[in-house]
Structure formats: C-alpha cells, structure tokens
Design a binder for this molecule. Structure first.
Ligand code: PLP
Length: 367
C-alpha cells in the first residue's frame, strides 16, 4: 500500500553502507566513532547504528538523555553553556562531559562526580564553506582560545574536543589542520587521555581517501597515546533518507512553479539557511522547467529549479534525497503545515511508518 505523503523515508540499506565504512575505519584507525545527535536523532534506527558505532555525542541534556535511553553505549555531552543544575543531572545520562569555556569548567567541576571531564579548544584553524558554520570564525564563542589559560587548568580535565570541520571533503586540508593542532597543543596532548576530533569530515562521500584518513588518525592516536574519538553526524546518514512529497498545485509567474506539501522552512531548514538547492531526482534533462516551491507563506520557500521530461501536474510524487541530516532534528510547525511522518525501509525491503503527527502535536508544541 502506498504511504500517505509527505513522509521522511529512512533506508536501512543505504545507512548500512555508511556504517560499514565506519566499521572499517574504526578497525584500521583504532578511533571510536560517536553519532552526533544534533545531526540525526532518528532513534527508530538506533538499533542498527549502535551495532557499528561506539555511542553518541550530544549538545544538550535532552540529547544526552536520548542517547543514553535509546542508544546506550558511550554518551558524551558537550554544551555551549550549561545552566542551573544541568551538570548534576548530566550524571544520570552521560559518561563524559565537555565544557566550552574555562569559566564553566571551574564553576561546574565540583558537580561532575564520576563523569570524565573535557574541554573544547578552538584551534583557530577550520574548514567550512559557510561562515555561519565555521567554528573558528571571527569572534567565535566555540571553545577555549587562550593557550596559557589551558596550561593553568592542570588536572581538571582528562581530554579535549577539537571540532574544526564542516562538510570537509579534502583529506589534505584535514591532515594539515591536524598537523597544526599537533604542533600547537603537543604539550597538552601528551598529558591527557582522550581527544575528540569532532565531526564534519565527509568520509563516506564517493572517492574519499579512506586509507589515508585511517593512517592519519592512527598516527595521531599513537603519537600522543590517547583514545581518539570522531563525532560524525552527516557522514553517518549521508544519502540515506528521502523526503517524499506530492505536488499539490502548479502556478505560473514567467516560469512554472510546482507547489509541494512540504516546506524548506519547516522540513528542510538547512536549504534555506545555507541557500542550497534540494536534491531531487528528475527523469533527466527534460524540457519542462519548474521551480519546486514549498507551501509555507514565505516568498522564498523554494527547493530549487528542476527540469522534467513531462509536465508536472498536481498529484505527482517527488522524492527529495539526502534528507536525513539536520532535517528531522530541525523540523518545526511554521504555518501549522502537516508534519511529514517518519517511515523506515527495512533491510528486507518492507516499509514501516514509525511516527505520524497530528493536530495534537501542533497544539502541544504551543500554549
Ligand atoms: C561538536 C560537534 N561535533 C560533531 C558535529 C557533527 O558534525 P557533522 O554532522 O558535520 O559531521 C558537530 C556539528 O556541528 C559539532 O558541532
């Protein structure tokens, strides 16, 4: 039976392909791999992911709780700033806590109990095509900059986090930034037990030089005799889900515009934030050109311009690919639009709807 659109469809088989890459990298590099929940928190497939990854890393107490309760294994918690008694509460869910500043480290260290404690460092080098997502951008608040201060915190920490990449598909660039980190923080790295290099490396992309990455990670790990962690989000779920939606109207304003049930703003926010086109499989380089537009009231709610072999009519189903990362975790109820359900295409080919949303969910998101 055909599912009612719109829905996000997570493909276990495609996910598995990425997970096998992670499995091989883990084995050859000796690094541990944690799923970054900020990118993907689709716990309906955590059973599968947790067979191949070592745990999760989170950005808030809520994510840490989800990681602990639905994924288990190792649970790291980093937050840009903790407040109130969050650090004490974190002891219920996390095994490792990472502070973003020396002031927070000093303030909350007494509350950390048996948690392993780390600190985020901003090495001042990074890779990102977008200033918005560049952790080392001017005036960045993400991580400690002052190297002298780092030396003064003594034994308060057992490890550090450097998250300095965003969709970095250049091994050369990653490796040279790692050289910089080795040279700049060598004294500190020799004294600690673990290092996380964060996420943002596109190592599941076709053609990424995996043997080189593995060798480089191994060398770094062995040089400082540390437990190395990687925190991929996007690389874990790249190309493993679609957002499936139906065209509900076609209008014309110099160009044909097909309006679909979903919206960039509400269901694939990053397209708007970063000004990127959606990936929509069309039937080829047809002569019928359309703007595919969302149905929110936002004038610029546009998925992109695509060509089709045949004219689009209301009722045509479109499949937007690469729809797992930073989509479901960011969805919102703007305009009160229907929320896409979530479905999983299991390894055996059957499709199961795992979540449907209703008016009550909209109602309960407000008061
Ligand atoms: C600290 C940290 N770790 C991991 C990630 C995951 O990055 P990605 O999804 O690009 O792999 C992010 C993303 O912003 C991050 O801030």
């Amino acid at each position: 039976m055909r599912l009612k659109t719109p829905y996000y469809l997570i493909h276990e088989r495609k996910l598995l392909k990425n997970l096998k890459t992670i499995q091989a990298l883990k084995k050859s590099s000796g690094a541990k791999f944690l799923l970054a929940l900020k990118c993907f928190s689709g716990w309906c497939v955590f059973n599968l992911i947790s067979k191949y990854m070592d745990g999760t890393t989170s950005s808030s107490l809520n994510e840490a709780r989800l990681g602990k309760e639905k994924f288990s294994k190792e649970t790291h918690l980093y937050c840009v700033a903790f407040s109130g008694n969050e650090v004490k509460q974190a002891r219920m869910y996390a095994d490792t806590i990472i502070f973003n500043s020396i002031s927070q480290l000093k303030k909350f260290h007494k509350d950390t109990g048996k948690l392993r404690v780390g600190l985020r460092i901003n090495p001042g080098v990074s890779f990102s095509n977008f200033s918005l997502a560049d952790p080392a951008r001017k005036y960045s608040r993400l991580g400690v900059i002052d190297k002298k201060e780092l030396l003064r915190i003594g034994n308060l920490i057992s490890g550090v986090l450097f998250h300095f990449n965003c969709e970095n598909n250049s091994f050369k660039d990653f490796s040279s930034n790692l050289d910089f980190i080795e040279n700049t923080y060598g004294n500190l790295l020799e004294r600690i037990n673990w290092v996380s290099l964060g996420g943002g490396i596109s190592f599941t992309q076709e053609g990424y030089p995996l043997p080189k990455l593995s060798e480089r990670l191994k060398r770094f790990r062995e040089k400082f005799n540390i437990q190395l962690y990687m925190e991929p989000g996007e690389a874990v779920i790249a190309n493993s889900a679609e957002l499936i939606t139906t065209v509900i109207d076609v209008v014309r304003n110099n160009i044909n515009i097909a309006i679909v049930e979903v919206s960039t703003e509400a269901h694939m926010l990053d397209l708007l934030v970063y000004g990127l086109p959606a990936k929509i499989k069309t039937t080829g380089k047809g002569k019928h050109k359309y703007i595919i537009a969302g149905r929110s009231c936002l004038a610029g709610d546009i998925f992109g311009i695509f060509r089709f072999k045949r004219p689009l009519r209301a009722g045509k189903i479109l499949r937007i690919s690469d729809a797992a990362g930073y989509t479901m975790v960011k969805k919102n109820w703007f305009n009160g639009l229907d929320m896409p359900s979530i479905a999983v295409k299991k390894m055996n080919g059957t499709i199961k709807t795992v979540r449907k949303f209703s008016y009550d969910d909209f109602l309960n998101s407000l008061s």
